[in-house]
Design a protein around this ligand. Structure first.
Ligand code: C2E
Ligand code: MG
Ligand code: MG
Ligand code: MG
Length: 275
């Protein structure tokens, strides 16, 4: 009897496994198609200077509008794209599109904003990354000081030697680097000392706990304090409420981003905000 259940269990596992493999294969095919059929688009979320209340930057966020499935969240498809390698092509598309948009806004004479683009680990360790970035900036005529690349701690810790090479090469061409979701990974603080990083993006999970969780509030204060000493800029992510903003201002946070100010916007909506 026990043997029989064991076997059935095994059978169920393999069926489930095959199902998830099939799902991934399907997603992969659909993403390939999406790239060719222009189903991806970029939204932009403003980053606000808390002194002047001006938009100083925008984060480009990918959106996928699938003809049958509707909107597919990046949290769902980006990990699969990373597994299959298709992320290289997607990230490259995002980079060009975002830089192109930034250059177009500059040419229109809109107030200058920095464009922030998320990089996956695959793209970060891709040998031609720096050449690609350089090429795209030249092609769309965006000065490198207007671009910032966001990556997570997990990405940077994959290969610490290569990491410092890539970060330095990016600094050399004048592109800024941000640590995304800061505080949620295996933060080894020593790399903050050694690596050329410009911006820490304080993760949303700490911001959301500011009001009710003393520990979150303490973490936010500590990171802000540390960043000040290390001369790093901080962007608070996912600010949703007045009291969070108040706390951040009291603790000398300079830049914030979140639904409290604005959800991610279409390029047209963003433009209206910038005028
Ligand atoms: P992320 O880079 O940490 O981006 C911030 C996420 O928080 C975005 O989710 C944004 O819409 C959301 N957000 C911003 N403010 C608020 C707020 O006040 N409240 C709440 N609840 N959420 C807020 P989104 O656009 O769904 O993206 C999720 C993740 O997918 C991103 O996290 C990033 O890791 C990845 N991603 C998005 N676009 C790209 C891309 O173009 N390339 C790559 N490689 N990854 C991307
Ligand atoms: Mg980001
Ligand atoms: Mg983040
Ligand atoms: Mg994230």
């Amino acid at each position: 009897q026990a043997k029989k259940t064991g076997k059935n269990k095994y059978l169920i596992y393999t069926i489930e496994m095959n199902e998830s493999i099939l799902k991934k294969k399907r997603l992969e095919r659909e993403m390939n198609y999406a790239l060719r059929e222009d189903q991806f688009s970029l939204y932009y979320q403003p980053q606000i200077d808390l002194h002047t209340n001006e938009v100083v930057g925008v984060e480009a966020l990918i959106r996928w509008s699938h003809p049958e499935w509707g909107e597919v969240s990046p949290d769902k498809f980006i990990p699969i794209a990373e597994e299959t390698g298709l992320i290289l092509e997607i990230d490259k598309w995002v980079l060009r599109e975002a830089c192109h948009q930034g250059a177009a806004w500059l040419k229109k004479g809109l107030p200058a904003v920095k464009i922030s683009v998320n990089l996956s680990a695959n793209q970060f360790y891709y040998n031609e990354l720096v050449e690609n970035v350089k090429g795209i900036l030249e092609e769309v005529e965006l000065p490198s000081s207007y671009l910032s690349l966001e990556m997570t701690e997990g990405t940077l810790l994959k290969d610490t030697k290569k990491t410092s090479e890539v970060l330095r090469a990016l600094q050399n061409i004048g592109v800024q680097t941000s640590l995304d979701d800061f505080g949620t990974g295996y933060s080894s603080l020593s790399y903050l000392k050694d690596l050329p990083i410009n911006i820490l993006k304080l993760d949303r999970s700490f911001i959301s706990g500011i009001k009710n969780d003393n520990k979150d509030a303490a973490i936010v204060q500590t990171i802000l304090h540390l960043a000040k000493i290390l001369e790093l800029d901080v962007i608070a992510e996912g600010v949703e409420a007045e009291e969070q903003l108040k706390f951040l201002k009291q603790n000398h946070c300079l830049i914030a981003q979140g639904d409290y100010f604005s959800v991610p916007l279409t390029p047209g909506e963003m433009e209206k905000l910038l005028i």
